[in-house]
Design a protein. Structure first.
Length: 121
């Protein structure tokens, strides 16, 4: 079980790093967006957004045996569809919340995989 947790932890850490990077670039895009007086929407790749989303969902599906609510928490993070004018802010908020979910999962898995700790799985 420890090996499984270690492998899952590595997947979670890798995914969290991708989400961290994406959220950081959304932060930069917000700065650019406001610098232009909200007149020029930053060029962000929708394909990258979708790819990152799919990659994270796969990791969360694999994590289901030891963190069954993780995918449900991920799916509960929705884009508020009624705020079109704040599109970049919405995207940033969603990915920051997703990043925080992965940080929490990473911390939980690290504590589970520490030697000397009883395995709760």
């Amino acid at each position: 079980m420890i090996t499984d947790v270690t492998s899952l932890l590595a997947d979670v850490v890798a995914c969290r790093q991708v989400v961290d990077d994406y959220a950081r670039r959304l932060d930069d895009a917000c700065v650019e967006y406001y610098a232009t007086g909200k007149s020029q929407f930053p060029t962000l790749s929708r394909a990258e957004d979708d790819d990152t989303h799919q990659r994270c969902e796969l990791v969360l599906r694999n994590l289901a045996p030891i963190a069954p609510d993780a995918l449900k928490q991920w799916q509960a993070i929705k884009y508020p569809s009624d705020q079109h004018d704040e599109q970049i802010e919405r995207a940033r908020d969603v990915w920051i919340r997703r990043r925080d979910l992965f940080r929490t999962l990473e911390s939980s898995l690290k504590s589970t995989s520490e030697p000397g700790r009883p395995n709760e799985g």
